[in-house]
Ligand binder design. Structure first.
Ligand SMILES: NC(=O)c1ccc[n+]([C@@H]2O[C@H](COP(=O)([O-])OP(=O)(O)OC[C@H]3O[C@@H](n4cnc5c(N)ncnc54)[C@H](OP(=O)(O)O)[C@@H]3O)[C@@H](O)[C@H]2O)c1
Length: 232
């Protein structure tokens, strides 16, 4: 990671914050963008306030870009008959169209740079049908399709991979994990009897961005405590 330029969209919270910490510890130059400020992030980062749901924004990009991580997302859980159309639009805006807008700006630089890697975040609920996930699973499914298509189109210059977490202890999940009782019940639902930690997702992102991940593209990595594939 030494001296690699990595753009992290959503680097001030949860999984993105852990990614920023890991990559800067390894000597990467971090370009971090999100809506609100950064409280306790490593010094020397290039910071830009950006809302990816805005109609237009211009990212400050370096001349060479070796990695991009797209973290913005949502957890809107409701029965299908209570999901308004505008919720689907909101979920598509943050999870999918925001990523498209970022990629439209970043990919020309990444293709020119070569040996570049893009990491995005889906959810366990795309591979495994879970009640109340219709809106977010649809938006993340669109993102998975986009990434797999681009992985083919941009090979071998740019690799694209997705991490699909199950419930992970971050600010986004506080409504679902906000008490010990909720956390224990959620842990119990997973074959590995734990909820995810942000740094477990960051470790996978680090691998996918690094030279060690240079033969991985077009994949969805299911980091989910066994939720998507096991029935013990
Ligand atoms: N946590 C889970 O249980 C879980 C489960 C499955 C999938 N995921 C996925 O994992 C990814 C990371 O989630 P997390 O739990 O780490 O979430 P988080 O703690 O809420 O972090 C989200 C990050 O995205 C940024 N962001 C949000 N809206 C933005 C916007 N409109 N423009 C620019 N930046 C924006 C936030 O910064 P600002 O607020 O400052 O903009 C923040 O840095 C998401 O895509 C999520 O869907 C999470």
């Amino acid at each position: 990671m030494e001296n690699k330029n990595i753009l992290v969209i959503g680097g001030n919270s949860g999984i993105g914050e852990k990614i920023v910490k890991r990559l800067s510890d390894k000597g990467a130059n971090i370009y971090a963008s999100n809506r609100n400020g950064f409280s306790s992030l490593p010094s020397g980062m290039h910071i830009q306030e950006v809302d990816v749901t805005a109609d237009e924004f211009t990212l400050n990009l370096p001349d060479e870009l070796h990695g991009l991580v797209y973290c913005p997302g949502s957890i809107n859980l409701k029965p299908f008959d209570r999901i308004k159309l505008e919720t689907y639009v909101e979920d598509m805006n943050i999870n999918f169209y925001g990523a498209v807008k970022v990629l439209q700006q970043a990919l020309p630089v990444m293709r020119k740079t070569g040996d570049a890697s893009v990491v995005g975040f889906s959810t366990v609920a795309v591979n495994t049908g879970l009640p109340f996930h219709a809106s977010v699973a649809s938006a993340k499914g669109a993102l998975e399709g986009l990434f797999r298509s681009l992985a083919a189109e941009y090979a071998p210059k740019v690799r694209f991979n997705i991490i699909a977490p199950s419930l992970t202890d971050t600010p986004m999940a506080k409504g679902l994990l906000g008490s010990d009782r909720k956390k224990e019940a959620s842990a119990e639902r997973h074959p590995l009897k734990a909820v995810g930690e942000a740094d477990q997702m960051a470790a996978m992102a680090q691998l996918l961005l690094s030279d060690e991940g240079s033969w991985i593209s077009g994949q969805t990595m299911h980091i989910d405590g066994g939720m998507s594939n096991l029935k013990p």
